[in-house]
Design a protein around this ligand. Structure first.
Ligand SMILES: CCCCCCCCCCCCC/C=C/[C@@H](O)[C@H](CO)NC(=O)CCCCCCCCCCCCCCC
Ligand SMILES: Nc1ncnc2c1ncn2[C@@H]1O[C@H](COP(=O)(O)OP(=O)(O)OP(=O)(O)O)[C@@H](O)[C@H]1O
Ligand SMILES: [Ca+2]
Length: 514
């Protein structure tokens, strides 16, 4: 589509045309239509630079055309609409939308109706909207209800809501394929439904990492033009069964403790993470454990057999153990937990932060907020991996640790709902002589137990994409490209020297540098 404006040429790829309307039309912030015979309006993706974000904000661009006659106008609109259909096969026609009305600042409904629905309508998408009334409603719907005719699922909420949708679409796909999700060795089937994320949560880490900005309009534009971004997913197993899937962080120690603390302070809203982060930092904890990992780097494989990888085992005391399938960027940490992690390479990054003094750990944390390398510290190591096991060190193994190895070797068992398997609430506290002993209050999490026993806890919990897993011993496997999002990763581009457009007006190739 070409238009001439002040003798400047605006070139818009057909793939980024959102819709075509007869007359002089506006959509955002309010719809207005002036129904004239010879005019039509083309809506398209327009990039705008913003210094406060790591990616590019997309806006709904709009250009009006006037034709010599109505007949010619109708020909233009017809041909443009046909071009859109044939050019972008992944554009959705029908979407299932789940809105969490309680996520983040509780603005999910408002965000959807004022900013997203008008864009969907313009693109001719029909949406079936469900405002959830309870946690896990979206997951259960996706697992059980008829999904015929839907091209994708849209999640209006935060990482927790995304996680529900993730579990729904993965679970449904494996059910239909007759595959056992409990077995970490099984190759899972990738999901046919695309997932779109409209950010309306507290951290919105998956959206930030896959789109580059937290912005509902940008996300809705990625959805309507049918962008497709595959994503690695990590399955987390405990004993004989699958516990959860994770797209961003599986973290023990610091991140587990921050989550456990912050759950008690949900009323604080998104600030709960900062407050709890400070509380946990000041408590200066570290935890013993054995981490085993399967390196993804082929150079590490056995010299006798280049296709076989060997498990590597490290044992010690850690401030934190984190596994992330993607960079896990968010507003607090724009480059993320592991800045060069890839979204869809079938690997995860394992970050081991060994026990260190508080200043060292603060330096590590602080570097997440800057461009300084947080891995370039003597007590930090990072490995690109395909799978990870965590066990309590030496004599500290719990009764469940046997099953862990069984599961990794292909054992089967029952699906574990939300990490609440029988016996898993049993936890350990440090005895006076440093040995482990069972806490008497079995109703409390290990973290709380540490406080009620007024001793530093010997075990932490896992933070799995913002959900607590109350048992320390788990094994994880990365599944390459298990789901697809309506996204394209963080756009990187160079500002072309000969671009004549104003920066904010520049489209497609002339992307201002970050
Ligand atoms: C000195 C400043 C240090 C700032 C350090 C910032 C590090 C930020 C790293 C962010 C990593 C996000 C990983 C994403 C995880 C998501 O799947 C999950 C679900 O939404 N989010 C959380 O679990 C939520 C986890 C939120 C973790 C927040 C940690 C905040 C730490 C604050 C430490 C303050 C130290 C103050 C010393 C007095
Ligand atoms: N109607 C509902 N009532 C209560 N909880 C719900 C409802 N719908 C969804 N949930 C649950 O709310 C939890 C949190 O939601 P969400 O992720 O949207 O917001 P958040 O926690 O503020 O953001 P983030 O996960 O980005 O930190 C999710 O785990 C989801 O399962
Ligand atoms: Ca990856």
């Amino acid at each position: 589509v070409l238009s001439y404006r002040l003798q400047l040429c605006v070139s818009v790829p057909v793939a980024e045309v959102v819709g075509v309307e007869e007359g002089q039309v506006e959509v955002l912030p309010h719809k207005s239509v002036e129904d004239t015979d010879r005019d039509f309006t083309v809506f398209y993706v327009k990039r705008s630079s913003s210094r406060t974000t790591s990616g590019l904000l997309w806006r709904l661009g709009r250009t009006q055309f006037t034709c010599p006659s109505r007949v010619l106008r109708d020909q233009w609109t017809k041909h443009l609409r046909t071009a859109l259909k044939t050019h972008s096969p992944l554009r959705p026609h029908r979407l299932l939308v789940f809105i969490n009305p309680f996520g983040g600042k509780k603005k999910g409904r408002q965000i959807y109706h004022s900013l997203v629905a008008p864009v969907f309508e313009l693109a001719g998408i029909s949406s079936h909207v469900i405002v959830t009334e309870r946690a896990n409603q979206a997951r259960d719907h996706l697992l059980k209800k008829d999904l015929t005719g839907f091209d994708g699922v849209v999640c209006v909420g935060g990482d927790g809501m995304f996680s529900e949708i993730l579990h729904g679409v993965i679970g449904r796909t494996q059910q239909e394929a007759g595959l056992c999700e409990n077995d970490p060795a099984v190759t899972l089937q990738s999901c046919p439904l695309h997932i779109g994320i409209i950010p309306a949560g507290s951290t919105d880490c998956v959206c930030y990492t896959t789109v580059g900005v937290i912005d509902p309009v940008t996300s809705s534009l990625h959805i309507v033009i049918g962008d497709s971004q595959p994503l690695d997913v990590c399955s987390v197993h405990h004993g004989p069964g699958l516990v959860r899937y994770s797209a961003s962080l599986v973290g023990y120690g610091f991140y587990g403790d921050v989550l456990a603390e912050s759950e008690k302070r949900r009323w604080m809203g998104p600030f709960r993470y900062d407050y709890s982060g400070a509380v946990v930092f000041l408590s200066n904890r570290s935890y013993r454990g054995t981490v085993q990992y399967l390196p993804a780097d082929p150079l590490m494989s056995s010299p006798r057999d280049k296709t076989r990888y060997e498990w590597v085992s490290v044992d010690g005391r850690f401030k934190s153990v984190s596994l992330t399938c993607m960079s896990s960027s968010c507003a607090k940490s724009p480059l993320g937990l592991s800045p060069s992690a890839h979204l869809a390479d079938g690997t995860g990054d394992l970050i081991l932060v060994w026990d260190t003094n508080p200043l060292g750990f603060l330096t590590y944390l602080y570097r997440h907020t800057t461009t300084q390398d947080q891995f370039d510290l003597p007590f930090v190591e990072v490995h690109r991996v395909k799978a990870v096991r965590f066990t309590l060190a030496g004599g500290e193994e719990t009764e469940d640790s046997e099953g862990l190895h069984g599961a990794m070797d292909g054992g089967d068992g029952a699906y574990v709902e939300n990490g609440s398997i029988a016996g898993s609430q049993q936890h350990l506290a440090a005895g006076a002589n440093g040995q482990m002993m069972t806490c008497e209050d079995k109703t409390m999490s290990p973290f709380t137990c540490g406080l009620c026993c007024s001793k530093a806890p010997a075990v932490s919990v896992w933070n799995c994409d913002g959900e607590i897993l109350p048992f320390p011993e788990i094994c994880c496997r990365i599944h390459g490209q298990l789901v697809r999002l309506y996204a394209r990763g963080i756009e990187d581009g160079t500002f072309l020297k000969d671009c004549t457009e104003e920066r904010d007006e520049c489209n497609r190739t002339c992307i201002p540098p970050r």
